[in-house]
Design a binder for this molecule. Structure first.
Ligand code: SAM
Ligand code: SF4
Length: 332
């Protein structure tokens, strides 16, 4: 079947799926404390999610990442991972993975490894239990540490994602680099993005990674490497620890020219760009017919209007987020 090439010649080989908009945390940069979640009827069943993901795999998607909200709080989510792992077995899919806050990994890490999941991204912005509680509002650092231990024990490669937050974890970046080096985890810093109303001022949170990197370079030797994971991170190696360190800089460096991905929400809405409002409804064609023909057509039509790139701005003049949906809707 023909692969998906967008209007700018980019092959679409990576699908991220937000399997739920719910979460057991309420991170200050991601959600407001009182969130209204989607009604259940709007949400694709696990079988429907499988159908959509499989349609993308048939069209050349090689990497599937489950995210959310917190993917592991969705009931019976392992059923979806189990059924999608058939595409790993067949060789159609190169990677099945997830981004998680880690709180549920103690339960699931070993099963992931058994299914052929090799790597997990775990979001962790601080090693300080009080700060962690303040950032996540509802999270417990101990539980995430247990999850990380379980992942390690299961032989999963771990990458830590940390959002750079001015005045919050800016005094901890060296400690995070050292700790990840000791534990054998890759580490990626992310710039805070203007997504959704969160009841806080993002100008106060935003810390450009160029500044973070300059601060790190005072203590560590950062060596350029050309390691890529198919994601937007640019990596260096920290000479002293041997660990890989990534920077995701949507605000200070536009990486759209090499974008290979699209994002599906749990309601079957396909966003062709994280930073744009344009979207395609895949739920209607999915539910209209048991055959996948309508779904396939809708996917191709959507890829045909993938935009060139995003347009994020955080500044004091612009009070509105660039896109109104929260990160937990489209998934990180
Ligand atoms: N719950 C999972 C987790 O936290 O890893 C998966 C979903 S979460 C939305 C995915 C990633 O997006 C996390 O690493 C989180 O830190 C990041 N994130 C959430 N809101 C963000 C924002 N406004 N700007 C930048 N990153 C954000
Ligand atoms: Fe939940 Fe992840 Fe958003 Fe935190 S970043 S509130 S863990 S979805």
């Amino acid at each position: 079947m023909a692969e998906m090439i967008d209007p700018f010649g980019r092959a679409i080989t990576y699908l991220r799926v937000s399997v739920t908009d719910r979460c057991d945390f309420r991170c200050v940069y991601c959600m407001a404390e009182n969130m209204t979640f989607l009604p259940k009827a709007d949400i694709l069943s696990l079988e429907e999610l499988d159908r959509v993901c499989s349609a993308f795999v048939r069209r050349g998607v090689k990497k599937l990442r489950m995210t959310g909200g917190e993917p592991l709080v969705r009931r019976d989510i392992m059923k979806l991972f189990r059924s999608l792992s058939r595409h790993l077995d067949s060789g159609a899919l190169e990677e099945l993975t997830l981004t998680t806050n880690g709180s549920q990994l103690p339960r699931f890490a070993h099963e992931f490894a058994d299914l052929g999941v090799r790597r997990v991204n775990v979001s962790l912005d601080t090693l300080d239990a009080d700060k962690f509680a303040a950032i996540t509002r509802w999270g417990k650092l101990d539980k995430v540490m247990e999850g990380l231990a379980a992942a390690k024990d299961a032989g999963l490669q771990v990458k830590i994602n940390a959002v750079a937050l001015k005045g919050v974890n800016d005094d901890e970046v060296d400690r995070l680099v050292a700790w990840c080096g000791d534990e054998g985890y890759d580490l990626t810093f992310i710039e805070v993005m203007p997504m959704g109303e969160i009841g806080e001022d993002r100008v106060e949170q935003y810390w450009p990674l160029s500044m973070l990197r300059a601060q790190l370079a005072e203590k560590w030797t950062l060596e350029e490497i050309d390691y890529r994971t198919g994601g937007p991170a640019r990596y260096v190696r920290v000479k002293e620890t041997g660990g890989r360190l990534g920077f995701i800089t949507p605000m200070t460096h536009n990486f759209c020219e090499s974008c290979n991905r699209v994002r599906l929400t749990c309601t079957g809405t396909l966003y062709m760009c994280l930073g744009q409002e344009d979207a395609a409804d895949l739920r209607t064609p999915l539910r209209l017919s048991e055959s996948d023909d309508l779904l396939d057509d809708a996917i191709l039509e959507a890829i045909g209007r993938k935009p060139k790139g995003h347009d994020f701005i955080i500044d004091r003049r612009r009070k509105q987020p660039a896109v109104s949906r929260h990160m937990s809707v489209t998934g990180g």
